[in-house]
Write a protein that binds this ligand. Structure first.
Ligand SMILES: [Zn+2]
Length: 492
């Protein structure tokens, strides 16, 4: 499709949870719980006028539903702030610092004074009926292969309560997630193709990860995609959970609008929600500015210039510097670039610093082996950091060869709770010594003496036989060396 002829314009809003010790407006931990809740509370939602005196169209729409809302909490990890029974504490300093770091990395200009605002949200995901948010910086940018994309705003806000059950008469939410700090990064409408949208989201993700201060795993990141085409209407697609889905979500929304245009149907400005298959459903009309009003319980915070200078001095390493450092570890330029772009870059750093092992073996496993496994439809997402750390410890202790790593990872992805040592044993991957290899080669030569007629043919034939018996137990180069040495003795 020719996107510029369609007048496709896309803006992204990326939400990512920060990995702080405590929540944004109270001292509660930022961990989700899976055990039975200790208590519940119930609420009903009513619309409130915004600061301009009118009730926002979104608010009217949601409150028309008259739903009972049930909140689940824990005595030891949620408090009166989440329950909206106590005013918020001052914003968490660690979260503000991380948001400022992210702002500088995105070339944005921090505001002089941070004002906490309330954004009306009455789908029930906030007990108070609003979400607290504060603008941290404006006017940043990221570079893409199709040009510069502005970062209009970087905000720090509280995550909502997570939904546990949703029926027409009642919704159940859990308070553990409510109040976890997250950054919201909004781009300008400067994206003009689905591929560029993906590139922007990936670039932002890489920059966020470079701080080492954001949460990882499912559900910690959420993308909203604003889409419009010529003669269509602006729609906001909420809750795209995987980066890779962004291009398809855009393509499907364009197709939907084009069909409506073709049939002369009016297209409304609206908020839609993304499904797993990248199609979308209507959620509510597009909101207006009257959804925001000031948080009266918190004084504005001056951004201290000294703090800002301190943060600027200790910004994480730039991608260029990282690339140079990786090349010095004897990674090829290509492999170094791939590991920097990969989701495993922080894990790579961790393994390299903790285990004295050839960096290229680690980078190769994290980049190429995981890619191969994905291609084979193996559930790579089951592999966690500890799995990789344990595997490379075994390699370092010579209890697993680097050739065996891929086989162990493949099996482990299917049985993530199995012991790795067990898997190494089951796959018969315990390394053999050079002497044992020498013996195997000699036995194969003895058994196949009459088939070995010329040197090169014999090497090829024996390589096949010996590799079959020793795959993953010793390096292929060594097998080649020993086979060659022994065959040369016969044909000298
Ligand atoms: Zn709390």
């Amino acid at each position: 499709m020719v996107w510029d002829k369609l007048g496709l314009t896309v803006g992204l809003e990326v939400h990512w949870e920060l990995n702080t010790k405590e929540k944004l407006f109270c001292d509660c931990p930022t961990e989700l719980k899976n055990e039975e809740p200790h208590f519940i509370l119930q609420r009903f939602m009513r619309p409130v006028a915004g600061e301009l005196g009118d009730v926002d169209v979104t608010t009217k729409f949601e409150s028309g539903k008259e739903k009972k809302l049930i909140y689940q909490g824990y005595h030891d990890s949620t408090c009166l702030v989440e329950m909206d029974c106590e005013p918020p504490h001052n914003p968490n300093g660690e979260a503000v610092k991380i948001a400022l770091t992210i702002s500088l990395l995105l070339n944005a200009k921090p505001v002089d004074e941070v004002h906490v605002m309330r954004k009306t949200i009455i789908d029930g995901s906030n007990v108070s009926g609003f979400q607290r948010t504060m603008l941290i910086a404006t006017n940043g940018w990221v570079l893409t292969s199709e040009g510069k994309v502005r970062i209009n705003n970087i905000s720090l806000e509280e995550d909502s309560a997570r939904i546990i059950d949703n029926k027409s008469s009642m919704s159940v939410f859990r308070l553990d997630r409510l109040g976890i700090p997250e950054v919201e990064i909004g781009t300008g409408p400067d994206i003009f193709s689905p591929e560029q949208a993906l590139e922007v989201a990936e670039t932002i993700g890489r920059i966020l990860k470079s701080t080492g201060k954001i949460k990882s795993g499912l559900g910690v990141v959420r993308q909203d995609v604003n889409i419009s085409i010529k003669d269509g209407a602006r729609t906001e697609i909420k809750h795209v959970q995987r980066l890779g889905q962004i291009p398809d979500v855009i393509k499907k929304e364009v197709e939907r609008q084009m069909l409506l245009i073709k049939n002369d149907t009016k297209i409304n400005e609206e908020v839609r929600v993304a499904n797993i298959d990248c199609t979308t459903n209507f959620l509510r009309p597009l909101g207006t500015a009257s959804r925001m009003y000031p948080e009266s319980d918190i004084y504005p915070i001056k951004i201290d210039k000294k703090l800002l200078n301190e943060i600027a001095k200790h910004l994480p390493e730039s991608l260029e510097k990282k690339l140079e450092r990786y090349k010095k570890m004897n990674l090829s330029k290509d492999l170094a670039e791939q590991i920097i772009k990969s989701e495993y870059v922080n894990l790579f750093e961790k393994i390299i610093s903790e285990i004295k092992i050839d960096a290229s073996i680690v980078a190769n496993a994290l980049v190429n082996i995981t890619k191969d496994l994905k291609r084979k439809n193996m559930p790579v997402e089951n592999l966690n950091d500890n799995h990789f750390v344990e595997i490379f410890n075994l390699v370092k202790e010579n209890r697993l060869t680097k050739e065996g790593v891929s086989l162990v990872l493949e099996k482990l992805s299917l049985f993530p709770f199995k012991s790795i040592i067990e898997i190494v044993k089951e796959l018969n991957l315990s390394p053999i010594s050079e002497n044992e290899l020498e013996n195997i080669v000699k036995i194969k030569i003895e058994e196949n003496k009459n088939k070995l007629t010329d040197k090169e043919g014999a090497i090829k034939f024996l390589m096949g036989l010996v590799m079959k018996d020793t795959r993953g137990k010793i390096s292929g180069e060594l097998v080649n060396k020993i086979v060659r040495k022994n065959v040369e003795k016969i044909f000298k």
